[in-house]
Design a protein around this ligand. Sequence first.
Ligand code: ZN
Length: 495
Amino acid sequence: MSEEVELQSFILKNGFIWGPEPEIYGGTSGFYTYGPLGKLLKNNIENELRKQLILNKFYEVECPTILPRIVWEASGHYKGFNDLVIKCSKCKKVFRPDKLIEENKGKPEGMSKKEMLEFIQKHHIVCPSCKGRFQQKIEEATLMMKTRIGIDEEAYCRPETATTTYLPFQRYYDFFRKKTPMRVFQIGKAYRNEISPRQNVLRGREFTQAEAQVFLTQEEKNNYKEYEEVKDLKIPLWPYKEQKKGKPKKMSLKNALTKKYLQNKAYAWCLGITYTSLINLGIPENKIRFRQHYPKERAHYALDAWDVEVLTPTYGWVEVCGVHDRGDYDLTQHSIKSGKKLVFEGKKKPHVLEIAYGSDRILLSLINIFLEKEKERIVLRLPSHISPIKVSIMPLVRKDGLPQIAKKIYADLREEFIINYDETGSVGRMYRRMDEKGTPYCITIDYDTKKDNSVTIRERDSMKQVRIKIKDLKETLKKLIKQEIEFEKAGKKFN
Ligand SMILES: [Zn+2]
């Protein structure tokens, strides 16, 4: 089995991600169901991002996911958000010419449509599906999903949450009592009609974004007081000018500004809080890098853009976040199109800095990074604070009153954690089952429990066990999950 197939069957089997849906009708690429464990994990990831953003003074909002065409004309997505496509003249399947060229060892970046066609002819590239010849033209296909409001109003599902966050600008301005910078974020679905969705939820057609926006004046970009809190933070930066020769280097944000890798303090702050949030999700430091876009690689609205990438064993570097300086592009466009004055007092144009996380990508990367195949077990070493099920309770045998004690503990802990109850196998087998689901702690109730009111806690990662009084269990587990105490100091060692 290839590594990717192995990973996909793991997430299917354990109830993380199912699909593509609708599975019973054959499946459509790019659409997935999060199963019970996947949804718990996704909530934990999104709640961690939410917590970080709120700590950094962002307010959460929720905007519509469908908006009429005029919004997307203004934002530039209606005309400019396209993939190039080429059609097979025989089976009519559609492919991306840039991918075809890449697969044939070409470099499609910067090629015109004409040059792409020439490359395809010269290298006799045929349809990967039926070996038929391609049509003699390359077309543009919008990545937006089209729909309809009422009988005939043309509308589109949002291809990003960001644009929908900008629309109530005047409302924010009142809400924040005309004080800048204004910080808001949104966690929600977005849609992209990818021509060839692949790699599971890494490139789905429906996905969840957590996008934070800072509205500020041009002057405030270099007069941003929270910058002081992060300026000495060292993060692995890879400026585009260094990408041909060098590797990413850890440097302080202050140093990056001095070297002109970064243009302003507010943007540096955005990179700083992004790095901290990924560390807080448990992504190892040495698997994170910030890669700056080349000027020609940037989206139509961006003055500066850095991808935040995470190194995974199966997919290599995965972009899990993008940080963009969108300048005054968005609000200027919406001002023109709507005829409304979307400005700060004194007619200052609002600039926007954006941090755009993809929560599906973070989720799959985390599973991929922390999944380990050992000699005798498969273990998902997720950090305990984001693990879907925190604790499993298991009586040693199904008799002599042990299940009754176990169920009482279960009922008590359930108020605090997402927990599991299992009495359907040998203890060893029950441990393995929970190791695979990423559950950091298992509690066993045995005959000694009846004598001394204590139970065994077993730690997933080390497989070590300690003995602890039932009355101390809840508080100890809380501390263990938050990693406030070391496991071996949590109770009395034995075995
Ligand atoms: Zn074909």
